[in-house]
Write a protein that binds this ligand. Structure first.
Ligand code: SF4
Length: 330
């Protein structure tokens, strides 16, 4: 493969949650596609991380194949950006073990993201593995010597743990790891059809693989301004979820829609049809592009195997450096 000059190496990952929805697209995938031309990207499928909140592994593979089909469909180019499963590169667990000796449980308990998760998932007890997931994340990043970590503001504490671990390892055993920089990225959040966070478990998603009829049917159920009951009632687009989608997917028509909504001339039914059509215009090429992968998952598996081969080469080299620095082995 031709070597490209890039601004640095990025590791971005996602848990294998199956088919991707618009929230995944706006919040991550769209950015990944843009970043792959400037940076050297490694795309990790965080199947071990998935175990921190769900021990059922029966659908992991199927969900992985569905998710990667969408990644490829939106334009992640695996010849530039290897796509691989965390569980298939054993060096992740090895480096995780070493890093787990370099950080205290008190430090991990202070992790604000963990506190939020415990509160949101109503968890009484968390596992040893869940407490340590930022350590596994640090291993994920540093195994590939990622020097840039694109994050939203809420993820900065995690990057801090990765930086601390890199510094501590280097101070004790010698320079092996870069100390990665957080690249603050504006990861837009797109709410689900009920106004909550878009999530499969809440049943409020629009999938990238939904066809125009499905998108239209889903949009019909979307919440709008409760004060606008029928056509003729003046509406308040600023409190309407459909308007948020219009702004994101139908920008050119927004001024006219806003005026129509406020004056009452535009009814919610028509507005939703127009919004659904605009969303479908954007995602239809992705739905068509994923078809060959959906019909033949062996194609996705080939991409994974090749990504895993390339990722393993880097991971193996890093671990050789780690062992040498630690004087492990002979
Ligand atoms: S007309 Fe459109 S923007 Fe206005 S409240 Fe109805 S759905 Fe929302």
């Amino acid at each position: 493969m031709e070597l490209r000059k890039t601004k640095g190496r990025i590791l971005s990952g996602m848990r294998p949650t199956g088919k991707m929805h618009l929230g995944n697209f706006v919040g991550a995938l769209e950015n990944w596609v843009k970043l792959q031309t400037e940076y050297e990207n490694y795309h990790l499928i965080a199947d071990y991380h998935a175990l921190t909140t769900n021990l059922d592994t029966s659908e992991l593979l199927a969900n992985t194949l569905e998710m990667v089909a969408d990644w490829l469909a939106v334009g992640i180019d695996p010849s530039h950006s290897p796509i691989f499963r965390q569980s298939q590169i054993k060096e992740h667990t090895e480096l995780h073990l070493i890093f787990s000796m370099l950080i205290t449980t008190a430090r991990l308990e202070r992790n604000p993201t963990l506190k939020e998760q415990v509160r949101d998932l109503n968890m009484e007890n968390i596992t040893y593995g869940h407490l340590g997931y930022p350590v596994l994340q640090a291993a994920d990043i540093l195994l590939y010597k990622g020097n840039i970590v694109p994050v939203g503001e809420d993820q900065v504490p995690h990057v801090e743990i990765t930086r601390e671990l890199a510094r501590k390892f280097n101070a004790i055993y010698g320079e092996v790891f870069p100390v990665p920089e957080a690249k603050l990225t504006n990861f837009a959040r797109l709410p689900g059809l009920d106004g909550n966070k878009m999530s499969k478990s809440l049943g409020n998603t629009i999938l990238l693989s939904d066809d125009p009829t499905e998108v239209d049917a889903k949009l019909r159920k979307a919440i709008t301004d409760p004060a606008k009951i029928r056509r003729g009632d003046p509406g308040h687009p600023e409190v309407c979820l459909v308007f948020t989608y219009q702004q994101r997917f139908n920008a050119t028509q927004v001024p006219e829609i806003e005026m129509g909504c406020r004056s009452g001339q535009l009814g919610c039914v028509e507005c939703k049809h127009r919004c659904a059509a605009a969303i479908s215009r954007q995602i239809e090429p992705y739905r068509l592009a994923r078809e060959p992968y959906a019909q033949n998952p062996a194609l996705v598996m080939e991409v994974l195997k090749e990504g895993e081969r390339r990722a393993h080469e880097v991971a193996e080299q890093t671990m050789a450096e780690v062992r040498e620095a630690m004087q492990l082995g002979g």
